[in-house]
Ligand binder design. Sequence first.
Ligand code: HEC
Length: 150
Amino acid sequence: MATRHPLLLLSLLLVGGCFQQDKAGTSQILPPDYQASYVQVRSCRPADGHGSNSIVVFANAQAQSDYLSDIGPLPQGSVVVAKESAQADCSDLAGYTLMFKEAPGYNPTAGDWHWQRLDDQRDVLEDGRVQSCISCHTQCNRDDYTCSPP
Ligand code: HEC
């Protein structure tokens, strides 16, 4: 036991250290009080492609009118966020997925959208030009890579 303890301690320290470095931090895109300034643009519904989650969609001021009228592309600065729930009635908070319209040139082959998947504390789990988001949203593309029908 005497020889095993230092090794065990070392491996715990290593695992702990890696975990902290991997943590990307809180989203700089979705404000904590988003519900106060964003408008709900889609009611609770199951989201095919987001596992078995249901979503409610909110949009910021820049995104609202184009998102609601289906006239794309959405302007730079647009944020469209899906509040993710495991419950079909959207009563819980499982996390968020969002798309943020960057300046032209950020990712011109995919609408210059910046994608994020967040946990329920708004900590970033996936960030940037996320290929899995892009490839599916290219398929369902209703308007400028958004997918939720009215
Ligand atoms: C396998 C397909 C698929 C994948 C992968 C996927 N989505 Fe979606 N997403 C959808 C569909 C379909 C909807 C629309 C659901 C509905 O409202 O009926 C949607 C809706 C959304 C919405 C609501 C706004 C809108 O109208 O599109 C956001 C925001 C979103 N997804 C972000 C993301 C992000 C971020 C990722 C990657 C982490 C991602 N999605 C991965 C299929 C997918």
